[in-house]
Design a protein around this ligand. Sequence first.
Ligand code: MCN
Ligand code: MO
Length: 707
Amino acid sequence: QYIGKPIRRIEDPRLISGKGSYVDDIKLPGEMFVAFLRSTKPHAKIHVKKTDNVFTGDDINPGKDFPIASKETTYVGQPIAAIIAKDRYEAYDLLESIEVEYEDLPYVLDPTEAIKDEVKVYSGLKSNIYFQKTFSSGNPEKVLSESLTLEGELINQRVIASPLEPRGILAYFDGQRLNVWASTQSAHFMRRNLVEFLGFTNIRVIQPDVGGAFGSKIITHPEQYAVAKLAMKLGVPLKWVPTRTEEMISAGHSRDKRFKFKVGFTRDGKITALVGTIIGDLGAPYADANDDESGNVLSTSRMILGPYKIRDALITSYAVHTNKVPTTSYRGAGRPEATYFIERIVNMIANELNMDPIDIRLKNVIRPEEMPYESAFGITYDTGNYVEILNKSREYYNELKSEAGKDECVGLAMYVEITAFGPWEVARVFAKSDGKIIAITGSGPHGQGDATGFAQIVAETLQIPIENVEVRWGDTDIIEDGIGTWGSRTITVGGSAMLKASEELKRRLIEAAAKMLQADVEEIEYSEGKFTNKKTGKSASLSEVISFAYKNGISLDVTYVYPVSKPTTPYGVHMALVSVDKELGKIKVKKYVAIDDIGKVINPLTAEGQIHGGVMQGIAQALYEEAIIDSQGNLVNSNLNDYVFPTAVESPRYTWTYIERGLSNHPTGSKGVGEAGAVVSTPVIVNAVENCLGKRIYKIPIKPDDL
Ligand code: MCN
Ligand code: MO
């Protein structure tokens, strides 16, 4: 009735008519504004002069350099003092009056230099290497010596997640309770972080409307910790919302991984072995961010074998500190890098052997009869048919090729990724006495359209009109706990919790109806809001049964905790038609075709929207975006004009197709789609340009000069 239908987003009417309410729209009487003074040095001892309304690390985190650096800074942009004023204008003006003394320390910006540990990024560190791990399987060196080989280094450059709304927080301590409104991907996660940092539990966190995040708002940022702490100290409402440039010099940096590789293959295109070193740049040491991003370095390492049967492999991976902005998750979080590396390599081999990109993949992918398949690095690919999706892609590929005119080429790439991470999610579903069903999730959607998906799941399970379901989230007071929205987990993990909670509510309603209609539970038939006693033919409506339940002391409030042990693996084949004008140095992505298997599709409209957005971010990484950091550690392109942020003008025409071959084992049958486009589109575009230029490309973004 609803699941699988392209239902329009129930979130949209208020958002597109400008009635949304973001952190900066919320105003409390007497609120003051906080601005942060930021380090202008990549590594220095500092001394900040304290005055009345200036707060330093000594006030906020005595004896430590986090969240506010008090003794030693480790990147340009790091907050080193907070100032409080009546509004943002006064606050920014006052920043200039703060006196700081810097005593320069040696710094290191390049991760391959940092790995040598000659210059420490922070005096307190034993090593710049956060970790070094080895993943190995089979006998790759021997196999390589018996194969054709190809080697090189691929760099997946540092880019900046740029949600339209920057981070932000409003915090007010009323004498008993700390009330927080924050632009975040999870109210619950932020609450747990604040509880730990402040050592105080009476905290409520509200996630109002959020203008995008793309991973950059998973962690609690230093400024948010600092504002919460100052709000507790001062007892006045404090607000912080950064400018765009501040946002770009202090948050959302990501990717920044390189892969030095040697790959072995046979003359007929079978990949035999892969050996290499992955270096991930974590930026400055800063626990929340490093824990998040180092997980992504592992993810890149373990997913580097892609959908291919490579059993002889050895990958050494390093997560390394530098004196740059700490990196965090950005759409795909480790999987785009893995996909970029392996897909570039597969396409290079195909070109080397003059082989069709689909044929070479058919030679190497995991066969459907081998599913579930455990990769050489221990990732379980649960379900799917990689052969079928490749065969299906051929007609689209041939069509794009036949359309390609002069200086136009087609590129193709494939991916498998991991989504729907645990460890659990919570859903709460209850019936109001007025007949409405309220559905609450512990996750924190912020643009994806999950509320529509949840409403579809609840309406379908309870067989009621979708208008009778209200979906709520983003408040730690309305549900017992939650995880959040990231890792393309929400509709699969949160949705499965929602499905189970709805089923339990239905069971309770049938139990109440049985009492009301004097029947055994098995004698009650339920259909579309109507309960019928099969014996007597007597029936009752949903709202009658709800009223009966309330009057008879039966609770219709269900909370369901859904645990997850293993992620699930969506996959797909994407391709694009690209025109390359060498004379003008111009590249235009004309058409983009995506074929995905994301298991059961809950809502093809919102799922396709996710593909469009994700693909565009990957196109931008191939052609436009790059965090350019100068030799003094300054971000050079620190505004959206210089940073070459794509717009609708750069967008191709999309065709999206899905097959529902590999259902997941979750109650919803779905797999995630929120990141898929960003995971695979970069190598698609680079491959197309490479085909036009007839030479290998190792560095992105591809700039006009490179043509
Ligand atoms: N969907 C579906 N069928 C499936 C899978 C998903 O219909 N089999 C639909 C869902 O109902 C939902 C959407 O697709 O409308 C995405 O669901 P899902 O794949 O579960 O991903 P999440 O909701 O967990 O979103 C997280 C993902 C991530 S990790 C990043 S980063 C990202 C992304 O979503 N950030 C975004 N997309 C974004 N979109 C917007 N507008 N803003 C962001 O910050
Ligand atoms: Mo994410």
